[in-house]
Design a protein around this ligand. Sequence first.
Ligand SMILES: NC(=O)c1ccc[n+]([C@@H]2O[C@H](COP(=O)([O-])OP(=O)(O)OC[C@H]3O[C@@H](n4cnc5c(N)ncnc54)[C@H](O)[C@@H]3O)[C@@H](O)[C@H]2O)c1
Length: 462
Amino acid sequence: MEAQKFEKHILCIGAGYVGGPTMAMIAAKCPQYLVTVVDINSEKIKAWQTDELPIYEPGLLDVVKIARGRNLVFSTNVEENINKADIIFVSVNTPTKTFGEGAGKSADLQYWEKTARDILKFSDSDKIIVEKSTLPVRTASAMERILNTNQKGIHFEVISNPEFLAEGTAVADLKSPDRVLIGSRETESGIKARNEVVDVYANWVPRERIITSNIWSSELSKLVANAFLAQRISSINSISALCEQTEADVSEVANAVGQDTRIGNKFLNASVGFGGSCFKKDILNLVYICESYGLKEVASYWESVVRINEYQEHRFVQTMMRALFNTIANKRIALLGFAFKANTGDTRESPAIYITQQLLEEQAHVVITDPQALNNARHDLEGITKNLEFETDPYKAAENAHAIAIITEWELYKKLDYKKIFETMTKPAFIFDGRNILDHQKLYEIGFNVYPIGKAAKTHFK
Ligand SMILES: NC(=O)c1ccc[n+]([C@@H]2O[C@H](COP(=O)([O-])OP(=O)(O)OC[C@H]3O[C@@H](n4cnc5c(N)ncnc54)[C@H](O)[C@@H]3O)[C@@H](O)[C@H]2O)c1
């Protein structure tokens, strides 16, 4: 690829769930730019160069194939590519800190800071640095301090452009985003750099969907968006517990409430709880920031969203225990789904992890099946050899099981032949629908004892 023929060199540091798909979309939509994605993980880079991408995301391979070899490159050469780039997106992981001050809440910024130092070390010219990772509000100021104390006379302009894509629908989200947010310092050079990033997106995103703001609003908006989304899930899940006590049906309640246009009907499905790498981490980060500014009440308000989620996961296991006559030791239990949601192989913070651990603690025999997430599941449960099985075929997973539990809302689980499954199971057979995706009446008629979320159980016991 001849580097000179491109208008701009865009680099992304971090080839993960965000860096890979976002850059593939930019490259596909903007053939005039050379887009390079680097990562320190050489296995991942190798996979991005093949048709076995390192992440499962519907439609992603088609987008990658449009640009790979034309103007999209995956590489491990961080040094050389930093120097060549005009705009550098930083999309490294920012997990919750597990040590020292803020452990369990604040963001671990070590990967982030390492990239800032790499950028400084390998740059010989002015650059725009774009925060793509989700970061605590005011991180840009620390980034600027590291970068702009250089002796080389180079100026770095730090821009915030948080990513709002959702795993499972990343390609559609990137192709037609609800909005793109770009924040900068409101200085002359800040606004100039911001406009350059706006121009990149304006190649395919309608201008009115590209929002610009001050840099702190932009950083904070990402945390707030995730906090609000998770809050809706925790709100409906908290109500599901009340529904189970009162014979109200959570789907009917959600429908009635969601018809109000001020509330809206999205994100109101009661479930086993939210997972994913972001919701919990971003809320806890928000909580930590509030605490550090002395805003105790605000912090505890948001922390309760995470607590309700833990409560919901715990409640699900409790329901299983009680239904299964308070003992699940040596009972075979098939978990249908391990990914934190459908259409992804990602299992980070998946409720399945906690549920499996709790079931194993009670000495159940757990069989896990999932169309995309079995490798990650094996990794998450590494070291556990006793009472644990992985099975690609859901029918085999259910054979001789006392109970099956729907953990992930994969379309495929709606279409299984439950009559056939019922026949192979140990009786009485139980089904716990942790996503409320099945036809409960039909399952009951087949002979199952059915336990949905937030609705009365349908059992054959008197
Ligand atoms: N996953 C999502 O759905 C999502 C959505 C929006 C925002 N985000 C945010 O985007 C950021 C990235 O998330 P992700 O899910 O893509 O993470 P990820 O773990 O999938 O990818 C991060 C990548 O960065 C690489 N990396 C770390 N340090 C590096 C370094 N010094 N040089 C080069 N590469 C380095 C890692 O090897 C890894 O491949 C996080 O801040 C996350 O909160 C994620």
